[in-house]
Design a protein around this ligand. Sequence first.
Ligand code: BDR
Ligand code: CA
Length: 312
Amino acid sequence: MDRILIDTDPGVDDAQAILLAAAHPKHRIEGLLAVAGNVGLEHTLRNSLLLTEVIDQKIPVYPGCAQPLVMFQEDAADAHGHDGLGDVGLVPQQRQAETEHAALALVRMANESPNEITLAAIGPLTNVAVALTIDPDLPKKLKRLVVMGGAVTGHGNTSSITAEFNIYFDPEAAHMVFTAWAKVGLLIDVVDWEVTKRHGFPQEVVNRWRTMDSPKAKFFKAITDKNYDRSFNVLKRPSLYAADPLALAVLLEPDIVTKAEQRHLSIEINGSHSRGQTIVDWDNRLGKPANANIILAVDDLRFQALMEQGLR
Ligand code: BDR
Ligand code: CA
C-alpha cells in the first residue's frame, strides 16, 4: 500500500477528492492536514473530521494554519458554502482532532519514513511552507508532492485575475514551496485550474452519480447540490469542475496523464494585478531547471471511473 497524506481545506471538491482517494485499493490515507482556505480553519478541520466518518476510516486529522503567512485576501465561501460543505448542516458525530499541529505532523512523518510518503496539497500551501521552515530538507524526504494550484497561462479564478485560489490565498507560502523544490532539483506535479476546466465531469455523468443508492453517493449529492446548480444553471459551465479530485486521480494513477510538460514555475508575490499568478517559463527563456511537472491532459473516462469508485 502506498502511503499518502492529504493537506486540505474542505471544501466541496476536497471532500469529493477524499472520497475518491479513500476507495483506491493501492493507497492508504495516513492523515488529513487541515488548513484554512475555502473557509476558516474551524470549518475545514470539522469537515475533515466529518470526512473520516463518511469514508469510515480511522484517519488522524491534524489542525494546521488558520491564516496565510502574510495577509488574508479572500475565501471561497461563495462557491463552497459558509461551512465549506454546501451548508447542509452535516457535522462529525464522534471523531476528535489530534493535538499535534499539521506542519509538525508532516515533518515527523517525513522523517520517520523518508521517501515513503506522497503528499497531496489541495488547499493553500501554508502548512507545507511552515513544515519547510521547520525542516528545509522536507522535499528530499517526501516521495512525491502533488499540488492542486495555479493557472499556468494566467486564466485564474480569483479577483486577482491571473491567479488561482489556492495560490492566491497564500502566495508567499506557494513561493516558498516552489523555490524549495527547485533548489534541490525536484519536480512538483502541478494540477492547475486550466486543466481542471478541460477535464470536468459531464453533466450526464454527475446526474447518474446523483441517483446512486449508497451513503457516499448521497453525501456527494448533498454537498454538491448547490455547486451543481451554480455550475450548470448560473455559470453555464460545460461540466462540473473538480480540481481536487483531479489532483488525487493524478496522484493515485499517474498513468492517467496523457500530456504533461516540465517547466520552471515561480509565483508572483508583488504584482498589484497579478499577485498569486503562477509564472511558467514556457520557452525556457531563463534556462532555470524545471521544478514543475505541469499536467496538461488526462484520460477522462479513467478519471470518472475513479470518482465513481469513490461513491460506491
Ligand atoms: C481550488 O480552490 C478551492 O476553492 C478548491 O477546493 C480547489 O482546491 C481550485 O482553484
Ligand atoms: Ca481545496
